[in-house]
Design a protein around this ligand. Structure first.
Ligand SMILES: N[C@@H](CCC(=O)N[C@@H](CS)C(=O)NCC(=O)O)C(=O)O
Length: 197
């Protein structure tokens, strides 16, 4: 498999998950402005949507969208995503929440043309979503309970953004969770491979 990524972007979640899963994969870096890959190829010919992550499977098929790629990795490594029962749907529910309620809310924060009011509204919205997650986790070590899952890989990236950007209320329990995850070998390795540590 090959993961197309941009350093520190949401593709970091798939990068971490692939390492946690112990699956063999290669990395190819994208310049999101020029849409060129580090080998000089046109990324748009891999993913015409022009954004990361994109995962090329062993048969050459290209999978895109965080929720789909993380679910695919979870299906290949069931320790990272419950395979059946309500727990499976809870995992999907969490991936969808992180994608649509947290990730997408960052748009005005990364958009230089967004005005201050939009930025402040986004900060408040993300803060309230993070408060919900902290509450839902209670005393559990991971977002789905006792075990690490692909959802933790995704939430880790969202928390990294929230902490780096400032202006967002990150609950103390999620700050501690982020610190803990950062020290796991797979997380540390992915950060290093993306030049972030
Ligand atoms: N709907 C996509 C969005 C992915 C996304 O927002 N990727 C960002 C990086 S975090 C990106 O590549 N942006 C560059 C662009 O849209 O041109 C998903 O959930 O996978």
């Amino acid at each position: 498999m090959k993961l197309y990524y941009a350093p520190g972007a949401c593709s970091l979640a798939s990068h971490i998950a692939l390492i946690e899963a112990g699956l063999p994969f290669k990395l190819e870096k994208i310049d999101l402005k020029t849409k060129k890959t580090e080998t000089g190829a046109n990324f748009l010919s891999v993913n015409p949507k022009g954004y990361v992550p994109a995962l090329v499977l062993d048969d050459g098929a290209v999978l895109t969208e965080n929720v789909a790629i993380l679910s695919y990795i979870g299906a290949k490594a069931p320790k990272l995503m419950p395979a059946e029962g309500l727990a499976h749907w809870r995992a999907l529910e969490m991936l969808a929440f992180i994608s649509t309620e947290v990730h997408k809310s960052f748009k005005p924060i990364f958009d230089p043309s967004a005005d201050e009011a939009a930025r402040k509204a986004a900060q408040a919205r993300i803060g309230s979503r993070l408060a919900f997650l902290a509450d839902a986790m209670g005393g559990n070590p991971f977002v789905l309970g006792a075990d690490l899952s692909v959802a933790d890989c995704y939430l880790f990236v969202m928390l990294s953004w929230a902490l780096a950007k400032g202006g967002i209320d990150v609950p103390p329990s999620l700050r501690a969770y982020h610190e803990r995850l950062k020290k796991r070998p797979a997380f540390a390795q992915a950060l290093k491979e993306e030049g972030l540590a």
